[in-house]
Each structure stands twice: as structure tokens, then as C-alpha cells.
Design a protein around this ligand. Structure first.
Ligand SMILES: [Mn+2]
Length: 324
């Protein structure tokens, strides 16, 4: 990078917390985690929705934009048809390594890393990068995962072999060796530092996996009964105050498809527009959000780019946009 090494991007808040005002955007059009090639168009649709200028409008600088190269294996389903087989693992491992390096470098540069997908398999790399960053510093980070699904399948339990249903399990140390051992260590995150919000569509075996994982899960029924503020507060409390950063992995399918139609695997009964924003606003209030994934945007299934516009709105909320 040619930019001069300025002292810091951080602003010290009144409570003494340092907060970066610079962002690195990492575009990862990965579609190898499932059969929905349209997710490769996600970064483009978010650029059309003025991602960069709307981040800048909040007073942030966009220090760097990184485009991760993804092989075009559109015939992935013909390559691997054995049951109990994770599809496209070598290709996903290569992409994950590139994402991990980009995310870690973004944190090293004192910027907030925002990785734009692409399907949720990109979280294998982004969380590996975040984990490596904090590991070197002997610091802890928390993970808040928004999803209609558990994404906690393993090759043994996955009915489809689609890796976008496995990234949470892989980050916790379960799954294909080459993905689990990215950067040479595992697990990438401790289950007690994780919360999973918005689940409503789990595979049969996955229900037990979520229960046994040690991750704190919140179903849509929990959201209905307790409200999104209480749940977000509980998630943060459970993760603990002794962390140096939060990673937010946000699958757009957590939102109700009436609001967010442009996703590959929609599931009725999701978060409302305001619940999704409020949850991210509450996380932003902690000043701890250092890295964000926005995944599973599928513009080929969207209506007038509505879901991409929403995704940019959500990035703004995660960066601390307030109504007043
Ligand atoms: Mn997901």
C-alpha cells in the first residue's frame, strides 16, 4: 500500500474506547458454497446501491477496496456427486486463504473489515483472518452470527454437501481438514464467545449440533417472545465484556423474505426491517464491531435491487448510523 502510515485511524471516544473511522471493503463473489451462482453478483449490486459513498457519508474513509478472485466453477455440482462429500473444498480453501489474509491485513491497518459476498462460505476465511489477528495479540473476540439457518453442518450431517451450510461448524473446528486448519490452527473461535440469532430453518441433525455446540442460540420464537433488544443484550453479555472486538456475520436470509427477497435460501418468518437494523445498531453502540460479513445477497432473485439497498442500510447501522 502506498498510503502513508498515519498515526492511527482511530478516534478516542469519550469513554476511552478507540474506534476506527476507516473501512476496508473486501469483495468476495464466492458462489462455490451452494448451487446458487447468482450470489456472485452480490458485490456489484451493493456497489450499485452506493455502498462506498454511503459509508463515506457517515464520516468514514474507505481506505482500501480488495477484490478476491473466485474461480468460476459453475458446473460445481457435476464435479462432486458422492454423498457425504463437501463440494468444491479445494477451491473454497484457496478463496478462504485469500479472504483471511485480506481481513487480517484490514485489521492490521486499523480499519474495519467489511467482507461482501458471495455466499456464507466466505466466513470461513473472514473468521480465520479475524482469529489470526487477535491470536497474535493474545486477545479475545466475539462472534454474532445472524442467520435463518444454523450453518453448523458437517460433511457427515449435511444432506447436500454444500459448504455454505457448514462455515459456523468449520470455525468451531468441525469439518473438512483443509478448511478447519486454515492458517494452521483450530478452532478459530470458542463457542462461548458466539451467539446465533434468528434461526428458524434447521436440518434435522443440525438441531442437535446447535444444542451441543456451546454457542448461545436464539430462535425466531425467542425474538418473538423476548424482543430483539433483550436478545442482543443477552448475546453480548454471554460473549463477555473482556473482548477486544466483535465480528458480525450477517446472512441476509435472517430477514423476512417479504423485506429481503433477494436471497438464495429464503425462509418465512424472519426478522423485520426494524429488528434487523436495531440489532446492528445495538452492536454498533458497543463500539466493538471490527469486522462484518454481508452474505447471500442474490441479485438474480431480488426485486429492483431492494435487498442490496437494504444490505447497504444495514452496513450503515453496523457502522453506527443513528436516526438522530
Ligand atoms: Mn448462512
Amino acid at each position: 500500500m502506498s498510503s502513508p502510515k498515519v498515526s492511527s485511524n482511530a478516534v478516542v471516544e469519550s469513554n476511552g474506547v478507540k474506534r476506527s473511522r476507516a473501512v476496508t471493503l473486501i469483495y468476495c463473489p464466492i458462489h462455490l458454497g451452494g448451487p446458487h451462482a447468482g450470489v456472485a453478483l452480490g458485490p456489484g449490486a451493493m456497489k450499485v446501491a452506493r455502498l462506498v459513498s454511503r459509508i463515506k457519508a457517515l464520516g468514514y474513509t474507505v481506505q482500501k477496496e480488495v477484490s478476491v478472485t473466485v474461480p468460476e466453477v459453475l458446473t460445481w455440482w457435476e464435479k462432486s456427486t458422492e454423498p457425504k462429500h463437501s463440494r468444491c473444498v479445494p477451491e473454497i480453501a484457496n478463496v478462504s486463504q485469500a479472504v483471511a489474509e485480506a481481513v487480517e491485513q484490514a485489521l492490521e491497518n486499523d480499519t474495519i473489515a467489511i467482507t461482501i459476498g458471495g455466499d456464507h462460505s466466505l466466513a470461513i476465511g473472514s473468521i480465520a483472518g479475524v482469529s489470526n489477528y487477535y491470536r497474535k495479540r493474545k486477545e479475545e473476540f466475539g462472534l454474532v452470527w445472524f442467520d435463518a439457518h444454523g450453518d453448523i453442518n458437517t460433511p457427515d450431517t449435511s444432506p447436500s454437501g454444500n459448504v455454505h451450510g457448514m462455515p459456523f461448524a468449520i470455525s468451531l473446528g468441525q469439518g473438512d481438514e483443509s478448511l478447519v486448519k486454515l492458517n494452521g490452527f483450530s478452532p478459530k473461535v470458542q463457542p462461548r464467545r458466539c451467539a446465533l440469532i434468528g434461526i428458524r430453518d434447521l436440518d434435522t441433525a443440525e438441531t442437535d449440533l446447535v444444542r451441543q455446540s456451546g454457542v448461545l442460540p436464539f430462535t425466531m420464537r425467542d425474538v418473538d417472545e423476548q424482543g430483539i433488544k433483550s436478545i442482543t443484550d443477552q448475546a453480548l453479555k454471554s460473549i463477555g465484556a473482556d473482548i477486544q472486538g466483535l465480528h458480525v456475520s450477517f446472512d441476509l436470509d435472517v430477514i423476512d423474505p417479504d423485506v429481503a427477497p433477494g436471497v438464495s435460501t429464503d425462509s418465512r418468518g424472519g426478522l423485520t426491517y426494524r429488528e434487523s437494523h436495531f440489532a446492528l445498531e445495538l452492536l454498533a453502540d458497543t463500539k466493538m464491531v471490527r469486522s462484518i460479513d454481508i452474505v447471500e445477497l442474490n441479485p438474480t432473485l431480488d426485486i429492483k435491487n431492494r435487498t442490496a439497498e437494504l444490505a447497504v442500510d444495514l452496513v450503515q447501522s453496523a457502522l453506527g448510523k443513528n436516526i438522530l
